[in-house]
Design a protein around this ligand. Structure first.
Ligand code: AMP
Ligand code: ZN
Length: 139
């Protein structure tokens, strides 16, 4: 399940060199070329899935455990105080490479600041209306 035109398929399968930090049958984990912080990594499945909605069950059942393993290794090896998992789906959400990937972003005391937003202030009625709409779709 590869897409011959996809750069992350090539990287995940070792056809293009990368700064790999981990590999198994399912994934290659590499360092991001444009890191948000020191040690920013990307978990790439070896199979091609455009985004989370396309991911198969086997891959999705493994990815969070791998993210925890990578995050724990970062805390030990880089001395980060924490880490963020970021996973963009769709252009509007900031996705630029359309091969599923999960960012593991080490966070250090003192910055840099990121992954934050200005909290909104919806009314209770608005929240109830939104919750109803989404709940209906999930049933
Ligand atoms: P996203 O915006 O979630 O699609 O993230 C794509 C990420 O891939 C960005 O953080 C880029 O810096 C990173 N990236 C793009 N091309 C490469 C590459 N060849 N090797 C490593 N990271 C890459
Ligand atoms: Zn791909």
């Amino acid at each position: 399940m590869r897409d011959e035109t996809c750069i992350f398929c090539k990287i995940a399968n070792g056809d293009i060199p990368s700064s790999a930090i981990y590999e198994d049958e399912w994934f290659r984990v590499i360092l991001d070329l444009g890191p948000a912080s020191r040690g920013h990594a990307l978990i790439l499945p070896k199979n091609h899935f455009a985004d989370l909605l396309e991911l198969d069950e086997e891959t999705s059942s493994k990815v969070l455990a791998l993210a925890a393993k990578v995050g724990a290794a970062m805390k030990k090896s880089l001395g980060c105080a924490g880490f963020n998992l970021v996973q963009n789906n769709g252009e509007a959400a900031g996705q630029t490479v359309f091969h599923f990937h999960m960012h593991v972003i080490p966070r250090y005391e003192g910055g840099p600041r990121m992954v934050s937003w200005e909290p909104g202030s919806p009314s209770r009625e608005e929240l109830a209306e939104l919750a109803g709409r989404i709940r209906q779709e999930l049933e």
